[in-house]
Ligand binder design. Structure first.
Ligand code: 3AM
Length: 204
């Protein structure tokens, strides 16, 4: 027999968790140009999982599974951060690989030079999510659009260094709290909320 707590009551309340991250969504034309630009690589790289064109984005901060009761705080955080940063341009002209092209696990597109506004945006989000109790992110938030993932690392140095991407410039004018549902054929991303960047001058 199961011992029963006479005070216990089934309330039906379930605190559901959502897999969340803050990101910069890319305009459709930037995603389409990137998708076209990587076709030669898709032919030459074997064993990679390519990110669907619709899903191409720049991650600012991955949060992981978060209880829905946290959403109000995460909404406030997004609004507060976006309110203090002005829109900026981010060039995406460089092809790169993590951890490095000679042992590639992730192939990405990103800017050639550091982007101070992107770094400040990511840093403000990092500080604020830590203030909410999230553990610090150990990896530096480098601006990049993940194009492909490789389960087995490959030496792609020649390919990555020898492939030119079409010159692209993404206008970063808002940030998004995104929900990611893991599905067998790839993640399904659904925006939870978007905030326009409303700061007055450049965030530098
Ligand atoms: O846009 P990228 O590919 O850099 O790799 C995941 C993706 O980043 C990352 O969060 C973004 C949206 O899924 N991600 C997934 N799991 C993660 C984890 N456990 C993670 N980042 C850090 N830790």
């Amino acid at each position: 027999m199961v011992a029963r707590d006479p005070e216990a009551r089934y309330t039906g309340a379930i605190i559901a968790a959502m897999r969340l991250f803050y990101c910069v969504e890319l305009p459709a034309e930037v995603r389409a140009t990137l998708a076209r630009g990587i076709r030669p690589l898709q032919i030459r790289i074997r064993g990679a999982t390519w990110v669907a064109e619709d899903n191409l984005h720049l991650t600012l901060r991955f949060l992981g599974d978060v209880g829905e009761d946290f959403l109000p705080a995460l909404r406030d955080l997004g609004a507060a951060v976006a309110g203090g940063i002005a829109p900026f341009d981010l060039p995406l002209e460089r092809l790169g690989a993590f951890p490095h092209p000679g042992r590639a696990r992730v192939v990405w597109a990103g800017p050639t030079a550091d982007s101070a506004p992107f770094a400040i945006l990511a840093q403000r989000i990092e500080e604020d999510v830590q203030a909410l109790g999230f553990p610090p992110e150990r990896k530096l938030a480098l601006p990049h659009v993940t194009l492909a993932r490789l389960r087995i690392p490959q030496d792609l140095a020649a390919l990555v260094e020898g492939t030119a991407l079409p010159a692209l410039r993404a206008r970063v004018s808002r940030i998004t709290l995104m929900c990611s549902e893991l599905r067998p054929h790839g993640p399904l991303y659904t925006p939870v909320e978007r905030w326009p960047l409303r700061g007055r001058s450049r965030a530098v």
